[in-house]
Design a binder for this molecule. Structure first.
Ligand SMILES: *[C@@H]1O[C@H](CO)[C@@H](O)[C@H](O)[C@H]1NC(C)=O
Ligand SMILES: *[C@@H]1O[C@H](CO)[C@@H](O)[C@H](O)[C@H]1NC(C)=O
Ligand SMILES: *[C@@H]1O[C@H](CO)[C@@H](O)[C@H](O)[C@H]1NC(C)=O
Ligand SMILES: *[C@@H]1O[C@H](CO)[C@@H](O)[C@H](O)[C@H]1NC(C)=O
Ligand SMILES: *[C@@H]1O[C@H](CO)[C@@H](O)[C@H](O)[C@H]1NC(C)=O
Length: 337
């Protein structure tokens, strides 16, 4: 009797507390159908100095790129910066580089927004495909901590130039979302202040969903942390650790990405849903008020209208940032698919 009891407990423990695995160092997780090794060591001291920062001042039709260590100083020297503008940093995901789709969508979204500077990070030299999908993802995960630290240092330099923490907004897609977890923490360690907002767009799941909380994007690394879920359990995280977690549509498979249809990216269900998240979020930049989101425990209850009387907020760029908890929003009702 006693023996049976212990066995049952062990299984429950493994099931409900995946963090247990992470304490034993590098662990293994599934990426598509392949097992990969995940390493979140903080002492690899990888050289990330070839990471590039693309800087855009659309109002003055100015753009330039610099390597990460010299970017803040170079921009200040080259340019009469208006430190009262909002500073927006976008960190794309695994394998993405400046000419890829996600950076382009974000560039277009902010092109006509006044009083901002946009910076886009290109870390592809460390995260691009090399040695196949498994090796290159493992390598990218290895780099996440040092990239996050470098981003935290970059933002700290902008703070010292005169930008205020309350004007710094960081947005990360996929691996970029997880990089921002470390970046926000690093910024806080260096300045004793938190950046205004961190927005995670379908933060990477593989190697992160089941890792320790301090290795994930989470509440506390910015004044306000919001996460948008589009492919939870696939390429996106299942963790609900932000101040507000928004599940768009069902949060898992997006409307035009169903494997039964020829989807818009000619991609797998997961990749298509994961990428759609950037487009959904970017749409909100020029559409204040999009998308209304209701506090709700599940998609099922949301679609049945059971949450219609619950707290409502805005999932998107105009999120006032005072809501906490889990929310559901439908992009489909706005015709955004
Ligand atoms: C880091 O890499 C850059 C080139 O990517 C190189 O110039 C620099 O010397 C390296 N730094 C160290 C400490 O190895
Ligand atoms: C960057 O600046 C160049 C001119 O130096 C301009 O031709 C180009 O359109 C700009 N790119 C963007 C994305 O604004
Ligand atoms: C990741 O880092 C570990 C060291 O902690 C190393 O053993 C492993 O080979 C690295 N993986 C890749 C793909 O570079
Ligand atoms: C910031 O400091 C805390 C406390 O020392 C530490 O746990 C955390 O890892 C640091 N953040 C980064 C990004 O190194
Ligand atoms: C959040 O802020 C918005 C805009 O300022 C306001 O309309 C709303 O009532 C606030 N919600 C809560 C729960 O405080």
């Amino acid at each position: 009797m006693e023996r049976v009891f212990y066995i049952v407990c062990a299984f429950l423990f493994l099931d409900t507390n995946a963090n247990w695995v992470a304490k034993y160092g590098p662990f293994r997780t599934l990426l598509y159908s392949d097992w990969i090794t995940c390493d979140h060591s903080k002492d690899l001291n990888l050289n990330v100095s070839a990471t590039e920062v693309f800087f855009y001042d659309f109002q003055n039709d100015y753009n330039y790129s610099y390597t990460i260590d010299s970017a803040a100083e170079a921009i200040r020297n080259a340019y009469n910066l208006d430190v009262t503008r909002r500073l927006i940093l976008f960190v794309p995901g695994y394998k993405s580089h400046i000419a890829r789709n996600a950076p382009e969508i974000i560039r277009m979204a902010f092109k006509n927004v006044p009083n901002i500077y946009l910076m886009i990070l290109d870390h592809s030299i460390y995260t691009s495909a090399q040695g196949g999908r498994v090796k290159s993802y493992e390598r990218s995960v290895n780099y996440t901590y040092d990239l996050g630290k470098a981003v935290g240092q970059l933002l700290t330099k902008f703070r010292l130039i005169g930008f205020e923490s309350k004007n710094i907004h960081c947005i990360g897609h996929s691996l970029g979302g997880q990089i921002l977890g470390y970046a926000g923490s690093m910024y806080y360690n260096m300045t004793s202040e938190k950046v205004w907002r961190v927005t995670g767009i379908d933060p990477a799941g593989p190697c992160f969903s089941n890792s320790l909380i301090e290795d994930q994007i989470r509440s506390g690394i910015a004044e306000y942390v919001e996460v948008y879920h589009c492919n939870a359990g696939g390429l996106g995280t299942t963790s609900v650790l932000a101040d507000a977690d928004f599940f768009l549509n069902d949060g898992k498979i997006q409307p035009l990405c169903d494997a039964n249809f020829f989807n818009s990216f000619g991609d797998s269900e997961a990749r298509c849903s994961h990428k759609s998240c950037v487009k959904y979020w970017a749409e909100t930049v020029s559409n204040p008020g999009w998308y209304l989101a209701w506090k709700c425990d599940s998609y099922k209850e949301f679609t049945k209208g059971k949450c219609a009387a619950n707290e409502v907020t805005i999932a998107g760029y105009s999120n006032p940032g005072n809501a906490t908890g889990v929310f559901y929003a439908s992009t489909a009702t706005y015709g955004v698919l």
